[in-house]
Design a protein around this ligand. Structure first.
Ligand SMILES: Cc1ncc(COP(=O)(O)O)c(C=O)c1O
Length: 355
């Protein structure tokens, strides 16, 4: 690729910054818990970003990272390996810069996700087996002289963990006037691992006592790898929860900044998002249920230890994307899942504080 025109790069950075300047920060909502517990639970609502998920932040960072590294110019075709939220957000920014965007996706990707990527002008390139997405994206970028944005490798590097309104700085700023302004726990899932890496680095950099917990769905490699240190561990199986859980340990997963990894059953995640909707009206995606299930467990532990404080977790994307799956009873039965015992457990926790 010839060296990008600096005037074009300068304008591209201005356009992306202007988009950020036009966007308001995402809300921090309260999840209602019995006040006598002395523990407050907050939901950072990332579904209100212009492209509907926490990946709006990552896509912006990856585009800026490619621009300032001299990897993206006015003719560059942008390539990614993602069937989810990241590709939707990257397509949005690519269109803003007038660049072509291609994402490599498994043929099993939901129609809703493909339509969303194409809505923002992106193109999907299909592979039969999910593990092939990485090599195919690399090959495609090399073939067309494009730039492979590679979220799984660069998420932890492209995101500014010191501040710059990253998700951590935003959470702590919005907690400042709460009765427990420094959370005891922040609970998130991991796909690339970028979000947990940013949070873990930020709390250490700002010397907060906050601990970071990662929730991990079925078939994912992160829990075993974090517990045993075997970073080459691979399940070879896809996660049912879009956006989180990976068959292999991704390069942006930084175990050293994570204080705990909690395995969460998929039926528990789905029961939790349905409960969330009934109790708060928030219609969220599956990974938000995984977050909530983990947050409840940690709150029960704090109660058992006689501790007060606050816990923060994320609403990562909107539920409308999953109307035909996680919110469809027929789909749940097809998956061989029974949500009732998990629903019972969540309700009993909210009534008693015991898990
Ligand atoms: C929809 C969705 N995508 C992705 C992620 C994971 O983020 P990351 O890739 O930063 O680990 C999450 C995490 O909770 C998520 O819910």
């Amino acid at each position: 690729m010839s060296r990008p025109d600096p005037v074009w790069v300068d304008e591209a950075v201005r356009v992306i910054d202007a988009d950020a300047n036009r966007s308001a920060d995402t809300h921090l909502h309260v999840f209602p818990l019995p006040p006598e517990w002395g523990i407050d639970l907050y939901l950072k609502d990332e579904s209100v970003h212009p492209t509907g998920s926490l990946k709006h932040r990552l896509a912006r960072s990856l585009l800026l990272y490619g621009l300032v590294n001299g990897d993206i110019g006015e003719e560059t075709v942008l390539v990614e390996a993602s069937s989810g939220s990241t590709a939707v957000s990257e397509a949005y920014f690519a269109r803003m810069l007038g660049l072509d965007f291609v994402t490599v996706v498994p043929r099993s990707t939901s129609k809703e996700k493909i339509e969303l990527i194409e809505f923002y002008g992106g193109r999907c390139h299909y592979v039969d087996r999910p593990p092939e997405i990485y090599a195919e994206a690399e090959r495609l970028a090399a073939e067309c002289g494009g730039h492979y944005l590679d979220q799984f490798t660069y998420a932890e590097r492209a995101t500014d963990w010191r501040g710059n309104n990253n998700i951590a700085e935003s959470i702590f700023a919005q907690m400042r006037q709460e009765r427990h302004p420094v959370p005891t726990w922040v609970v998130v899932g991991a796909g690339t691992g970028g979000t947990s890496a940013t949070l873990g680095r930020y709390v250490r950099y700002r010397r907060h006592a906050t601990r970071i917990a990662v929730v991990d769905p079925e078939n994912s490699s992160f829990y075993h790898a974090w517990r045993t240190g075997a970073m080459d561990y691979c399940t070879g199986m896809p996660s049912r929860i879009e956006g989180i859980g990976r068959p292999r340990v991704e390069p942006s997963f930084v175990p050293g900044v994570i204080d705990e990894v909690l395995p969460v059953p998929d039926a528990g995640s789905f029961a939790a998002i349905r409960l969330l909707r009934e109790r708060t009206g928030h219609w969220a995606g599956g990974s938000t249920g995984t977050n909530l299930y983990g947050a409840f467990q940690l709150i029960a532990r704090m109660l058992a230890d006689g501790r007060t404080g606050s816990v923060v977790t994320l609403v990562c994307d909107g539920g409308e994307r999953y109307a035909n799956t996680y919110y469809d009873d027929g789909w749940i039965v097809e998956q061989g899942l029974d949500l009732a015992p998990h629903r019972e457990r969540l309700e009993s926790f909210l009534a008693t504080g015991r898990w």
